[in-house]
Design a protein around this ligand. Structure first.
Ligand SMILES: Cc1cc2nc3c(=O)[nH]c(=O)nc-3n(C[C@H](O)[C@H](O)[C@H](O)COP(=O)(O)OP(=O)(O)OC[C@H]3O[C@@H](n4cnc5c(N)ncnc54)[C@H](O)[C@@H]3O)c2cc1C
Length: 407
């Protein structure tokens, strides 16, 4: 164990991911590759395949099915390193771990036998999850809160109706990550009419070659340009009942138990760390007033603040991840870690741009990309405000002991 509490295995994992970064991600020159116009040509399939060959794509899969059984802390360490190379690439891997984890935790034995073998053996097998809709976005995360506070029923527009042993899905999802590159999507649909989403939503497994499923608009984004975000369209998409994932009408349990928020925090941490390291390197070499920028107190203090922000974010992420690994899947720490890391990341990128001065906005300079990428997490994995609202919701719960004990 090192002085930060990481085990030998974790240190080796970090080393392995760093090597992957320098061997495979850096030579791709993400800051140039991201500007390729055609999304098909832009998508870094060669990185996905090589990462998969090195065991990175299937990190979260249980060993018995051929994965690495990675803990949440392992995933956070890995995604921080990947995101220091490129946030879009980090999101491709992280999204796939997160959804594989979710499937693993909700699937029946038969569904696991159906899913894992193909997923593990196919180096291009990516996953996507469609929750948010054009007309119901934050509503999905706040459904219980909205129903209790405003006595309103907020249902999804995407519906699934049971017909002759098949679910027939109709509707659309707004902008899921990897919607146009995934082979299998998890979709949230309303199965019970006239009740709020958290009482009437059910998850389904839909292979993307199912008739009635199609990819809608592929969004042209300013952030995470190496990962795709696209609309999913379900038009009388008929799937066997056996592809229902988890209990009917119990959708609320998944967003609360997934560690996705912690991984989201670790992703922004990685990119913000790259922004900090770039700023330190630049401040050492750029001479103004006869000495390197870093020797000017105003710049040096800014760099010190950036280091503190990053360290505080990392501490919270590691604490949340370790709690998750000990079985505390519903702790508010998850929301805190995501919220704090994203706020810190945006501040760090802003300061990094300050260090680079007028050059910061030039496309040749990596710092503008770091800032664009980090901004994407203000509304990814739920908005920052929705994380605060969920914490408020937990505070209102008289049975919630977290805030009283602080542990
Ligand atoms: C990079 C990226 C990746 C994404 N990946 C996925 C994915 O894989 N799968 C998926 O399903 N979705 C995905 N999303 C969608 C994402 O979850 C939503 O963008 C997010 O939930 C916010 O929804 P919205 O953007 O429509 O904002 P809205 O819900 O329209 O909210 C707009 C603003 O109003 C605030 N607001 C909304 N409702 C309330 C309220 N009741 N009270 C107070 N304030 C409120 C919000 O906090 C926000 O600031 C992704 C988004 C991004 C940017």
């Amino acid at each position: 164990m090192d002085d930060r509490g990481l085990t030998q295995d974790q240190l080796e994992l970090v080393e392995k991911v760093r090597k992957f970064r320098t061997d495979v991600i850096d030579p791709l020159e993400p800051h140039k590759r991201e500007w390729i116009e055609d999304p098909d040509l832009r998508f870094p399939w060669e990185v996905v395949e090589e990462g998969s060959r090195r065991g990175l794509r299937t990190l979260s899969v249980p060993r018995e099915y051929g994965g690495a059984d990675a803990s949440m802390l392992d995933l956070c360490l890995t995604v921080e390193e990947l995101a220091a190379g490129d946030m879009g690439i980090a999101v491709i891997f992280d999204q796939t771990w997160k959804i594989a984890n979710t499937i693993g935790s909700m699937a029946t034995q038969e569904q696991k036998e159906w899913f894992y073998p193909d997923f593990v053996s196919d180096h291009r097998f990516l996953l996507s999850i469609g929750i948010v809709e054009p007309d119901h976005a934050t509503d999905v995360f706040m459904s219980r809160h909205l129903a209790e506070m405003d006595h309103r029923t907020v249902g999804l527009n995407t519906t699934a109706i049971l017909e002759d042993g098949h679910w027939v899905i109709n509707g659309a999802k707004a902008m899921p990550s990897l919607a146009s590159t995934a082979k299998l999507v998890v979709v949230l649909a309303q199965t019970e009419p006239d009740v709020p989403i958290h009482e009437g939503g059910t998850y389904f497994l839909v292979p993307t070659d199912t008739p009635g499923f199609r990819v809608g608009r592929i969004w042209d984004k300013m952030s995470q340009r190496l990962a795709d975000n696209a609309a999913m369209v379900f038009d009388n998409c008929r799937i066997p009942q056996s592809q229902q994932l988890g209990e009917r009408g119990r959708a609320r349990h998944f967003p609360m138990t997934s560690g996705g928020n912690i991984e989201a925090g670790a992703t922004t941490l990685g990119t913000a760390r790259a922004a900090y390291e770039a700023a330190v390197a630049y401040a050492r070499e750029r001479i103004q007033g006869g000495r390197p920028l870093i020797e000017h107190q105003a710049i040096g203090m800014m760099l010190a603040e950036m280091a503190i922000e990053l360290e505080a974010a990392r501490s919270l992420i590691w604490q949340a991840a370790s709690a998750y690994d000990r079985g505390s899947t519903r702790t508010p720490l998850q929301f805190m870690a995501k919220w704090f890391a994203v706020e810190a990341a945006v501040k760090v990128c802003m300061k990094s741009m300050e260090v680079f001065g007028g050059f910061s906005i030039m496309r040749d300079m990596p710092v503008q990309k770091y800032m664009r990428d980090c901004l994407s997490f203000l509304h990814s994995d739920g908005s920052q405000q929705s994380r605060l609202m969920l914490l408020q919701q937990r505070m209102l719960d008289p049975e919630e002991t977290f805030f009283a004990s602080g542990s």
